[in-house]
Design a protein around this ligand. Structure first.
Ligand code: ATP
Ligand code: MG
Length: 413
């Protein structure tokens, strides 16, 4: 894409009321627009990153046998009354609307109830199980602490997967499959190495759930890590009993602030019993379906990448989620750069071409702010020598690559 065609502009300053680093950088770079507290629109570059993250998640969910569907944002009050969650005082995030005719509707903040009811129409026998179903869908939550930029939004995209199994053992197998897929996802989006599966409290059906926690000072959670074994647990569950269960000693634990990027949870029969999701087993007996739920917020993942990988000069995107692979900077608008841009684009190398009539200094600082993995500079000297300056966003090492060699360089890198 030619940068002169891009309608978003970079800004020197972040809005004064924006306290989080991720939102400050993303707004300055023109990736997101703040609509109001905790509510952000995604602009072309930001949407590309979000979509790339979504695609990584989708690939991993499909690879473990997940089937994608799309549930509704509008929620039926009567359904939620059946599980006693419509009036649950613990759920303080609901957006509810009373219509003129007196009907009340909710905006979806999670989807256990609708998917469980829906599955009563699809699952009848042991032959219909197991099922892994997931969606990417907008959730609405009236978060009171919306100060973390796109990591805590009041309207946000969630990938939520639900598993349906015949037995506890089958449930455990599905849970392990999703857990492994989550590890691959965080690895692929550039958060591996600093993201831990941390034990957290589990609810009525299992002792523990697991939260995927990325270590960051911008985090709102506290986890304890045993650095030798790589095990971690949320501060909220840190008791002697839990330590004994996990074989950990208090002295070996290090406390870290962290961001919850995903979580996986055994639901057991909490929803299948009240909503009547049962199946006929091999002996002809009726049994409730065993369920699990598994969430990731692609927007929170994007915000987390912005928090933990950015540097003083701006954003840093791993190639797997970057809006473009190459940022091509022409220091004097010339035919040669356009030729190179066309060649890279034709070879399928995603390139943003800074063809703006602005100073070299502005181009360099905007390039750092945008965080595209490779910067390619064509200046007066390179025009004379036939070589481009290639620099990765994350290092100071400049390589000189011949114009003709650029396509093969980026096909290999
Ligand atoms: P938190 O404790 O941070 O509020 P949660 O326990 O409410 O998170 P879940 O309901 O399990 O989160 O949601 C699943 C995933 O959705 C989270 O792991 C996170 O990645 C994402 N998520 C949750 N709330 C938000 C939000 N307000 N904005 C963006 N992403 C969110
Ligand atoms: Mg929450």
């Amino acid at each position: 894409m030619r940068q002169t065609q891009l309608f978003t502009k970079t800004k020197k300053e972040a809005p004064k009321d924006e306290v989080s680093k991720n939102a400050q950088l993303l707004i300055r770079a023109g990736f997101v627009h703040k609509e109001m507290a905790g509510v952000y629109s995604f602009l072309p570059l930001g949407l590309k990153v979000l979509s790339n993250i979504i695609n990584v998640i989708r690939e991993e969910m499909d690879a473990i046998g997940g089937q994608e569907l799309a549930l509704t944002a509008l929620q039926d009050k009567e359904l939620w009354q059946k599980t006693d969650r419509w009036d649950d005082k613990q759920v303080d995030v609901w957006f509810k609307t009373a219509l003129k005719n007196g009907t009340e509707l909710g905006l979806g903040w999670t989807h256990e109830e609708p998917i469980t009811r829906l599955m009563t129409q699809q699952i009848a026998s042991y032959r219909d199980l197991p099922v892994l179903a997931y969606q990417f869908q907008t959730k609405f939550r009236n978060e009171t602490r919306a100060k973390s930029g796109i990591m805590r939004m009041r309207e946000f995209m969630m990938k939520d997967m639900y598993s349906f199994a015949r037995t506890e053992a089958e449930h455990q197998e599905l849970y392990a499959r999703v857990r492994a897929a989550y590890q691959r996802i965080f690895e692929r989006v550039g958060l591996g190495g600093r993201t831990y599966a941390a034990f957290a409290s589990g609810g009525a059906f299992s002792k523990y759930s697991e939260e995927f926690q990325t270590v960051s000072d911008a985090g709102e959670d506290l986890i304890y890590i045993d650095e030798t074994s790589g095990q971690a647990l949320n501060k909220e569950v840190l008791t002697d009993e839990v330590l004994a269960d996990l074989g950990l000693t208090r002295e070996n634990l290090v406390e870290k602030k962290s961001i919850e990027v995903g979580n996986i949870f055994t639901l057991g029969t909490k929803f299948s019993v009240p909503l009547g999701l049962t199946f006929k087993d091999e002996t002809g007996a009726m049994a409730p379906v065993m369920m699990g739920c598994y969430g990731i917020g692609p927007g929170r993942v994007m915000g987390t990448i912005a928090e933990v990988l950015s540097d003083a000069a701006g954003l840093v995107w791993p190639a797997s989620v970057a809006p473009f692979k190459v940022h091509l900077l022409s220091l004097n608008a010339d035919e040669k750069t356009l030729e190179i841009y066309d060649a890279l684009t034709a070879a399928g190398i995603e390139t943003l071409y800074d063809d703006r009539d602005t100073s070299a200094g502005d181009k360099f600082s905007d390039s750092d702010l945008l965080g595209i993995p490779y910067r390619v500079v064509i200046g007066k000297r390179s025009l004379a020598s036939g070589q481009a300056e290639v620099k990765p966003r994350v290092s100071a090492d400049v390589e000189m690559i011949s114009f003709e060699g650029l396509v093969s360089y980026f096909t290999q890198h």
